[in-house]
Design a protein around this ligand. Sequence first.
Ligand SMILES: [Zn+2]
Length: 244
Amino acid sequence: MTVRVTFIGSGNAFADGGRSHACIHVSAPGVSLLLDCGGSALPAIKREIDPEAIDAIAISHLHGDHFGGIPYLVIEQHFAGRTAPLAIAGPRALVQRLRAAESALYPDFFRKTKLAFRVEETVLGANEVELGGALVSALPVKHVAESDPHGLRVRVGDKLVAYSGDAIWSEELARVAHGADIFICDASFFDTDDPSHISYRTLMSHRAELECKRIVLTHLGAETLARIGELELEHAVDGTTVEV
Ligand SMILES: [Zn+2]
């Protein structure tokens, strides 16, 4: 089974380098889901794939650059005539936060409109659930606690795609990556020890503890972009597709 991973958005919250917010498309025959759908994801999605092909969205944590694009995608799909259901899964408070985002951004639309398609919302946890044709689980990681941060593990056939979301180093992060064919990891900083994000240097110092075949860096901030030539790991740009 070959799994395609497309980095639709590979930027940080500040869109450093002009990159779009976090949004990663995982696809294989019968499988199509997004990992995160940040605020600026919709135009980036439209550059790479047909939004109607997205069956599900798994959200790592409740920061706008990771889930803020969902209301725009839902409205766009309504007017595009979508009829297939859209599954959305993530942290416990995701549903509540989506309702708040919808009523802040488009109260007129969301109050009055019966969507042309069904939206199925579920909470992700340590037990795998079927989502967009894959089996998806979420493990807690260390980031801003109020955002209920999780790393995601996506099983497609015999392949495992793991994603840090936003995180600092912890043993939990190693558990997210454990056994992955590809581990997609936050690289907001190059060598600054930020309280919320792992740096490339720290990640490299723990490389031996990460039992995964391949690492691709994403969520690149200005500091990492300025030293991109020094990276000894693969990194994504918007539009990068890798096959696993
Ligand atoms: Zn975050």
